[in-house]
Design a binder for this molecule. Sequence first.
Ligand SMILES: *Cc1c(COP(=O)(O)O)cnc(C)c1O
Length: 354
Amino acid sequence: MSRFLNNNLSSFDAYVPGEQPTDKKYIKLNTNEFPYEPSPRIKQEITKEVIEDLRLYPPTEFEDLKQSVANLYNVDKAQVYVGNGSDEVIAFSYMAFFDKGDKLYSPDITYGFYSVYAKLFNINLEKIALKEDFSLYVEDYINLDANIIIANPNAPSGLVISVDDIERIVKANPDRLVIIDEAYADFWGQSCVSLTKIYDNLLVIQTLSKSRALAGMRIGVAIGSPDLIEDLNKVKFSFHPYNVNRLSGLCAKIAVEDREYFESTVSKVIQTRERIKAELADLGFEMTDSQTNFIFAKTEKISGEGLYLELKNRGILVRHFSDPRTKDYVRISVGTDNEMNILVSSIKDILEKL
Ligand SMILES: *Cc1c(COP(=O)(O)O)cnc(C)c1O
């Protein structure tokens, strides 16, 4: 740290992403990337002309991408915001809808960036404890005195609350903004996006990093009332009007429009998830009912950290968290069938040698 770092940044630790190792080739099941390639149409559409155009600044508004997203969810294009990964969309929401010192509610066990951004922007994040089994008491979110952010499905539990419960929360806080992060909703097959047509205090954030296999392209979207979207655009035009690059905008549009490929690959991941859950249960693992592309599992036979380290020794990366409530678990992204078969046989081997 230099002697010039400001007091605020000196006072907290930055977000720690899952490892992205370059030292050797791992089976990477630690950051919930999609195991299959993005829409094969992308290869055909990155033409010589597309490359030549890279000398130009990108458009500030990807109108056709927004239209594709609007068509997908049957909403108006004016309800769609496109940004550089949903992390940036979340950050822009914090910038748009909070003043320094404002309060924000979120579950205690959830995506780590919610609290890091809160510190970065001087927002007071108040954590509401989930139940012992990581499920959420909807009653805890009725009539609150500040805005709310919830991941649904949640991470790292993979648990969902129903769209009806989201609606209850949105209705019960009419003067509070409710932000729902649906990074994993496609693996659940449900979404609360349609509620944005009824409620102007709901902002839904999604990403193309998980179910659309474009983590490397950094595209996130927000869907909400046209006024909320205008506010996000105000942040964008005050910060970085060219936040989405040309290639990313193009790939995102193709990925959103190639519904057939999307549906077949997502359902493959879901099938693999359910098969591996059953196999891990046979090995004595306890798991949450994850509706995402990851499995959250623990066993009394070995600690979460122990399993993480043993797997890493065998060339398989999973995610382990040190929080007291989650430290017994590992979070395992759903890979290809072959990767998951290697995972299961490695776990068997680890357990046998204990
Ligand atoms: C992966 C993830 C994100 C970030 O996605 P990007 O679009 O890649 O920035 C946001 N929220 C949750 C809950 C995630 O798991």
